[in-house]
Design a protein around this ligand. Sequence first.
Ligand SMILES: Nc1nc2c(ncn2[C@@H]2O[C@H](COP(=O)(O)OP(=O)(O)OP(=O)(O)O)[C@@H](O)[C@H]2O)c(=O)[nH]1
Length: 303
Amino acid sequence: MQRGTCQVLRTTTPGSGDISDLLQDLPSPLPFPPSLFFFALSPSLVAASFSSPLGWQLAGLPNPPRSGASSRGAPRAGRTKGALQGGHRGALALPSPCCRPPTPVPAPALQVMLLGDSGVGKSCFLSRFKDGAFLSGTFIATVGIDFRNKVVAVDGVKVKLQIWDTAGQERFRSVTHAYYRDAQALLLLYDITSKISFDNIRAWLSEIHEYAQKDVVIMLLGNKADMSGERAVRTEDGASLAREYGVPFMETSAKTGLNVELAFLAVAKELKQRAVQAPGEPRFQIHDYVASQRSKSSCCAFA
Ligand SMILES: Nc1nc2c(ncn2[C@@H]2O[C@H](COP(=O)(O)OP(=O)(O)OP(=O)(O)O)[C@@H](O)[C@H]2O)c(=O)[nH]1
């Protein structure tokens, strides 16, 4: 398991927002007795903040699972560096009725989920996209699920992506299943140097069909294309599996950045087009877009 790392943000379940975070954002010392604060910030307000999707959004956290499988029983590593780096701390503003003009409600984030076996490079893929970096070091498997946000420009319009990085390990499957239904796009990765990770793609697709929304956008990605010397899965095999399931396909490299941005942009474009498309208008063709835009390296050129 010691292979390198892209653990910018490991761990967390989204339930880590709590009242202590709220209190940390207050001035210290308080300009009034703490009891007065609790009186003003009534329990119902606090409870409402964290029991409704709106409260979670105000807190800068993704919605909790709606029903069914819960994250109970999942390892709770508490609030981690990642959640702080995402800039979420302090996002829950205390009500200030007198002075602030109402802020416009931003468009909801598009939810994109990364799936695939442990070690295929999901976290590195996300780090490459978000930070433009590939971190090497000790491989630490993701625990449960994590997320990061990034705003991208699609046809001149800013679109916020909320990207969920899931643990590939089997033991976290019940945790991650709970989030499938909220995903609008799924990037399904295998490792071109690992035949097993490719063979498992069919099982991943069955899970997706079982748990995800029917119209979820799916893209198959053969990652680690930079490691052509250790290739165990032919590009044509990836392309043919993708054709069989009717999903777009590319080979990528979190290490070199090959096609990483394109993968996210393609799904963002597809989702945005769906949202604004008038009835009868020709549909955006993600397959054609990917085929026309993807970079081809000597290792992974295919028709
Ligand atoms: N050469 C190369 N190595 C990569 C690439 N992507 C990831 N790796 C390496 O593969 C290993 C696993 O990467 P991770 O991103 O942590 O894998 P993961 O899919 O998130 O794994 P889980 O969190 O267990 O699901 C690390 O040692 C990375 O350095 C890539 O594109 N090229």
